[in-house]
Design a protein around this ligand. Structure first.
Ligand SMILES: [Ca+2]
Length: 196
């Protein structure tokens, strides 16, 4: 099977554990003009750095990727409605803030897109460590209109290579934010495959 994306990172430039704090924020919150999906991690003292990657997929009502061109990741950072930050290869790019993030405008997603799924994956770790090896690893959703953090998933016990973690959808003018937990073994192409 050929890979879906070329995942090489030619330029040096940017894991995880899971205490899956369950959260569901929904109903009655009007769709913000934009939301931020933020992710961050810091390796425990003495441990080699890890390169965790945030990716954001535009999804249909069935939770499937609307199209290859609607999946934001390190080599395709701008897709309709989604702008992804630069790739952090170490988790060091931010102190007290997100290392990688995406700004999502739900009303500007590609045709057929009713929401997004945010995922984290480990990039080519020579020690094959899973996401739970990354310390203080989290993914969160922030309402950019109010600055309110709507949901945060803190990872402490997920030893998979990757996972789909956050789902945000539109529902009759409101926003629905869900913490999901779909562990995935494999690289970012496995994440994409899980959404097809
Ligand atoms: Ca990265």
């Amino acid at each position: 099977m050929s890979d879906i994306f070329n995942l090489s990172k030619e330029d040096a430039s940017t894991p995880i554990s899971f205490d899956l704090t369950k959260a569901l924020v929904d109903s009655g919150i009007a769709i913000p003009s934009s939301i931020r999906l933020g992710a961050g991690w810091d390796m425990p003292e003495g441990q080699a750095k890890m390169d965790v990657d945030l990716s954001v997929a535009t999804i249909t009502a069935d939770g499937k990727l609307t199209g290859k061109d609607h999946f934001a990741f390190f080599s395709q950072r701008s897709v309709p409605g989604i702008e992804l930050s630069e790739d952090d290869r170490t988790g060091d790019s931010s102190v007290g803030g997100d290392d990688e993030w995406a700004i999502v405008k739900l009303d500007e997603l590609a045709d057929g897109g009713v929401g997004i799924i945010g995922s984290l994956s480990v990039f080519e770790d020579s020690e094959s460590r899973g996401l739970s090896a990354a310390g203080e690893c989290y993914i969160r959703v922030v309402n950019e209109d109010t600055g309110e953090e709507m949901v945060r998933v803190q990872m402490t016990d997920l030893n998979s290579d990757a996972a789909n973690l956050i789902k945000v959808t539109k529902d009759n003018g409101n926003i629905v934010v869900e913490a999901i937990e779909t562990p995935i073994q494999g690289d970012l192409n496995a994440v994409v495959a899980s959404l097809q």
